[in-house]
Design a protein around this ligand. Structure first.
Ligand SMILES: Cc1cc2nc3c(=O)[nH]c(=O)nc-3n(C[C@H](O)[C@H](O)[C@H](O)COP(=O)(O)OP(=O)(O)OC[C@H]3O[C@@H](n4cnc5c(N)ncnc54)[C@H](O)[C@@H]3O)c2cc1C
Length: 380
């Protein structure tokens, strides 16, 4: 008999959710992660008394009551609302595009005036079938918004000019003819008080885990420990890249402590021109409750500049590249994965898929309840 029922590779949200469900079903579970911390990409750490999101800003938002109730078992959420600001060469605009944005851009004050300008610009551009991201954006929001708020930012994000990017990248753009600058259209939204690491620690309470432990470095030894494996690392790395490497976009975070209580007055400021090398600056303290006090209770601040970068094997992968070539390569890896009887591939890297946090938790809950069928399972 193996020592464990489940070996879970990865202590991110997928791994932690699956581990919790399996442990609640009285399974013997071991979680390992090659990083020196739990939480995967939602990991937060305290720097100068500020909760810092090491792998990029994470705002929990969902329309699923099931996902919301589940995370609230492990954390108290604050009422953070994501309202980013765009900085275009010193001009500040409200995001997502809403009546505040249109008022600043054109001086209009009513939805009808704003709609009329967008329609006029669309007609003038005369695009019937958008062939590039540039044409798609102009046909959705007109030329002014495209030039100032989309063009430079998107170019930096993808490392290519917008007229060389495919139209499908932006099927829709959030455009609101109301004075509503709440970025996410979600019923529930917030950030765990104290950060995500505490939340994941609560999910893993009572479950054995080992850090700085790479599954692929000792695969056979680990396999012999458990009856089943849940693998949340990169699917191509599991197969030693035998069909080639799946492509990602990466991000470099340049984090700095500043000797001022308030650097930019908002959690996220996007730099939408093409000259500024970073895409945005995150000021982490504004994710936390207490912002009304102007931050004076914490005399310093921590900011992260985000640089979007090309990815290569060995660099941290962030966003899967959803083009035909990579979709086809993934489907070939998936066919190999389906033959690995005792291994469940899950999460953003295991399924080569962009998942929001709520979606990855729901996916893990569904997979766990299927895998644990017949056993005692806490239903969520
Ligand atoms: C920049 C950025 C911002 C985001 N912001 C938001 C947001 O605001 N809201 C939202 O809902 N979602 C957001 N997301 C998505 C969110 O990060 C994911 O939904 C979530 O982190 C996925 O969890 P996971 O468990 O699948 O992957 P991960 O968190 O990556 O966990 C996988 C774990 O597996 C470990 N691992 C890999 N290989 C091995 C190995 N060989 N051995 C041992 N361990 C291994 C890794 O170290 C890692 O800890 C954002 C994503 C990015 C990239």
């Amino acid at each position: 008999m193996s020592e464990y029922d489940y070996l879970i590779v990865g202590a991110g949200l997928y791994g932690a959710t699956f581990a919790r469900q399996a442990a609640d079903a009285k399974k013997r579970v071991l979680v390992i992660d090659k990083r020196d911390h739990i939480g995967g990409n939602v990991y937060t750490e305290s720097i100068e008394n500020v909760v810092v999101h090491r792998y990029g800003a994470h705002i929990f938002h969902t329309n699923s009551e099931r996902a919301w109730n589940y995370v609230n078992r492990f954390a108290t959420f604050n009422r953070f609302t994501n309202s980013p600001v765009a900085n275009y060469k010193g001009e500040l605009y409200s995001l997502p595009f809403n009546m505040y944005t249109f008022n600043k851009m054109w001086g209009v004050t009513t939805p009808d005036e704003a709609k009329a300008i967008i329609e006029k610009q669309r007609d003038e551009a005369g695009i019937t079938e958008p062939k590039s991201l540039e044409e798609q954006a102009i046909s959705l929001v007109g030329t002014d918004i495209y030039e100032k708020l989309i063009k430079g930012y998107t170019m930096k994000q993808w490392g290519r000019e917008c007229d060389k990017l495919p139209a499908f990248i932006i099927k829709r753009l959030p455009v609101r003819f109301t004075f509503d600058n709440n970025y996410f259209n979600a019923l529930y939204q917030g950030i765990p008080v104290g950060g995500y690491t505490d939340m994941v620690a609560n999910m893993l309470k009572g479950i054995e885990y080992r850090l700085s432990t790479d599954y692929l470095a000792n695969k056979e030894e680990f396999e012999s420990l458990a009856d089943r494996v849940v693998y949340t690392g990169p699917i191509d790395a599991y197969f030693n890249y035998e069909l080639g490497a799946l492509k990602y976009r990466s991000i470099r975070f340049d984090t700095e402590v500043l000797d001022t209580p308030n650097y930019q007055g908002n959690a996220a400021v996007n730099y939408t021109d093409s000259e500024t090398p970073y895409t945005r600056i995150i000021e982490h303290k504004w994710f936390e409750f207490g912002k009304d006090r102007n931050g004076d209770d914490i005399p310093k601040t921590v900011i992260s500049r985000e640089y979007s970068e090309e990815w290569e094997v060995g660099v941290e992968p962030y966003y899967p590249v959803n083009d035909d070539e990579n979709a086809e390569l993934y489907s070939r890896y998936k066919a190999l994965a389906d033959k690995e009887g005792n291994v469940i591939f899950g999460g953003r890297l295991g399924e080569y898929k962009y998942y929001d946090m709520d979606a990855v938790i729901l996916a893990a809950l569904d997979k766990a309840s299927m895998a644990l069928k017949g056993d005692f399972v806490v239903k969520w």
